[in-house]
Design a protein around this ligand. Structure first.
Ligand code: MG
Length: 303
């Protein structure tokens, strides 16, 4: 049976763009609900400039409060050595690093050109290895840039090739602004697989134009086994105009379950967590399965 690992990004990518200040306690309650649902690897927070992303200012407090006895790997997003040092100090299991596929987006998102971000990746992946911490890598804006438009596949290939000189635990391509379509996913993954060699590929899709779930299906068809998703489909990017949430965990999970693909995650509990985060944010989440429910309904399954 095929196995997929869902990487839960709701506590970081999901919350970072929310205008409502979410308390550290609520973030920890959210993370505990993820773990209760069976999630084993999650983005807990990011170690970025708190002036630019105030929602993540409590990164160290969040890491200090997460349960450490439940077999969960906690990812802290870092964009430079300063963030890396804070993440290590806070005790993350994994640093999530980001190279950009567009100079303009890179400068707005993290003050780095493509070249800068590749250099920083080599520096951080080496530093992580020295500390015995895992490092994962995401190529952001790989499917399109909010400022420059189309991102040529050849450029993504070159970036991946350069980054593979310091291979991480996995390598993700991210559709930061949700412009990708399944045929593009297929083409990109086929081009990158030979470059990634034995480093597993991960995908990170935003559902801004409703192609996110189809893109996940296309990625799985190409043999990708790591998929980022956020409970409720919350999220966005503060530096990418009009970008909306990640693919909703419960929607991806529903699809995978009905396809006979194992994740070890409990759909009903994820739906409960999606309903709960709605009450915290005071708004309806974009995900659909938290509203429609799974199928068959739990009562019909028992009958
Ligand atoms: Mg994202």
């Amino acid at each position: 049976m095929t196995q997929i690992q869902l990487v839960e990004v709701g506590a970081r990518d999901g919350l970072q763009n929310e205008k409502v200040a979410v308390s550290t306690e609520a973030k920890l309650a959210f993370i505990n609900r993820m773990i209760d649902a069976g999630i084993k690897r999650l983005e807990a927070t990011s170690f970025v400039n708190p002036k630019l992303v105030p929602q993540m200012a409590d990164a160290a407090e969040v890491m200090a409060g997460v349960p450490r006895d439940r077999g969960v790997s906690y990812i802290g997003l870092v964009l430079n050595k300063k963030g890396f040092d804070r993440a290590i100090e806070a005790g993350v299991d994994e640093v999530g690093c980001v190279v950009v596929a567009s100079d303009t987006f890179g400068q707005k998102n993290q003050g780095q050109t493509i070249e800068d971000s590749i250099r920083v990746w080599h520096e951080l992946s080496r530093a992580a290895a020295e500390r015995g911490v895992k490092a994962s890598l995401t190529v952001s804006a790989a499917f399109g840039c909010p400022f420059e438009g189309e991102v040529p596949l050849a450029r993504v290939r070159d970036i991946v090739e350069a980054c593979m000189k310091s291979p991480g635990v996995d390598l993700a391509v991210a559709d930061t602004i949700g412009v990708g379509v399944p045929s593009q996913v297929t083409e990109m993954l086929r081009a990158l697989k030979p470059l990634a060699r034995d480093v597993p590929l991960r995908v990170h899709f935003h559902n801004t134009r409703n192609t996110g779930i189809a893109n996940v299906a296309a990625a799985i068809a190409e043999g990708v086994t790591y998929v980022d998703a956020s409970i409720g489909g919350i999220g966005g990017c503060p530096f990418a105009p009009r970008a909306t949430g990640n693919v909703p965990t419960e929607d991806v999970l529903y699809m995978l379950q009905r396809m006979g693909i194992e994740t070890g995650i409990d759909l009903e509990r994820v739906i409960e967590a999606a309903n709960w985060i709605e009450t915290q944010l005071g708004k309806t989440v974009p995900g659909m399965v938290s509203k429609a429910g799974g199928f068959p309904a739990p009562a019909a399954k028992a009958a």
